[in-house]
Each structure stands twice: as C-alpha cells, then as structure tokens.
Ligand binder design. Structure first.
Ligand code: FES
Ligand code: FES
Length: 171
C-alpha cells in the first residue's frame, strides 16, 4: 500500500481517491480509508441530512441505505461503499416534492427537535419494504432509531398512514 507523503511512519494507509454513488450521482473524494461513511457524507460531500448522534452505532441518527438496505453510516467505512448505491435523506424527495413518508411525518407531528428524523424516515421507508409493517412489528423494527424527544407514538402513526395508503410498500 502506498503511504501518503505526509503520513508518519506506522500511521497506516494515507489519503486516497474513492468514488461514491450518492443519491444517483457519482462523487469523487480524497479520504483516508478509516473515514466513516457518515463523515464522508457530512464533512466531505456537505450532505448534512444524516446526523451524528452517538457515532458508535447506538442511536440510528445516521441511518442511510446502501444498495437499498439500511445501515448505520457511523459504523460503515466509506471506502467499503465504492461501487454501491448510497441513499441519504437528501435523495428521498423528488425536487421540491417530499416523499410520502416525509409528508406523513409532518402531518403527524412526528418530530420535535428533528435531529433523529432523517434516520427515522430512512428506517421507516425501509421497514415497510422489508415487510415489517404489522402494527405490532413497527416499534420493534424501528427500535434502532432512538428519539430523545420521545415522538414515538407520532412516528408510528406516520408510518402506519403510509403503510395504509400504499398497501404496505415504502418505496
Ligand atoms: S450516529 Fe450512528 S448510530 Fe448514532
Ligand atoms: S425529534 Fe428530537 S430526537 Fe427525535
């Protein structure tokens, strides 16, 4: 492996160029291999919709999709996402038209501070697609997304409304 010219001895692989496909667009960035997908999105691509809550895999604020499956971006290396499709909350709307789940969160007042909301929405859409849409399942399959404002009843109501309107499909 080529060491970056500025790397001290023993510091590991240096900066390299990687390409990520984010929300359908190919982006090139220069990062060290240790950089998380979350930091690559927020710090290098200015996609700050995905939030850093804990940075250790416990809160779900950073939830994005990789190849259509939800992942915790803080626990995923950006370099591991080369050649895969990354979708963030910025990719959910169609121009100015919000995704039905975004509309439903607004209609049901499913957020207070809004910090957890992007991750909640990424999980909410995915769980319907995963088929975990029964009333008794929604809380369990959303349990990786914490909300310090405790908007949980409204979040579940928003998800149920989209489920009922779409026949269960999230996307
Ligand atoms: S920031 Fe990734 S799980 Fe909390
Ligand atoms: S709305 Fe504040 S953390 Fe969820």
């Amino acid at each position: 492996m080529r060491m970056d010219d500025t790397s001290p001895p023993g510091a590991g692989p240096g900066v390299r160029t990687i390409r990520l496909t984010v929300n359908g667009r190919t982006r090139e960035l220069r990062i060290e291999p240790r950089v998380s997908l979350l930091d690559a999105l927020r710090e290098h691509l200015a996609l700050t919709g995905s939030k850093k809550g804990c940075d250790q895999g416990t809160c779900g604020a950073c939830t994005v999709w990789v190849d259509g499956s939800r992942v915790l971006a803080c626990l995923t290396l950006a370099i591991a996402c080369e050649g895969r499709e990354v979708t963030t909350i910025e990719g959910m709307s169609d121009g100015d038209r919000l995704h039905p789940m975004q509309e439903s969160f607004i209609a049901h007042d499913a957020f207070q501070c809004g910090y957890c909301t992007p991750g909640q929405i990424m999980s909410a859409v995915a769980l319907l697609d995963e088929g975990h849409s029964a009333d008794g399942e929604i809380a369990e399959w959303m349990s990786g997304n914490l909300c310090r404002c405790a908007a949980y009843p409204n979040i579940r109501a928003a998800i149920r409304e989209v489920r009922d309107a779409t026949g269960g499909a999230g996307r």
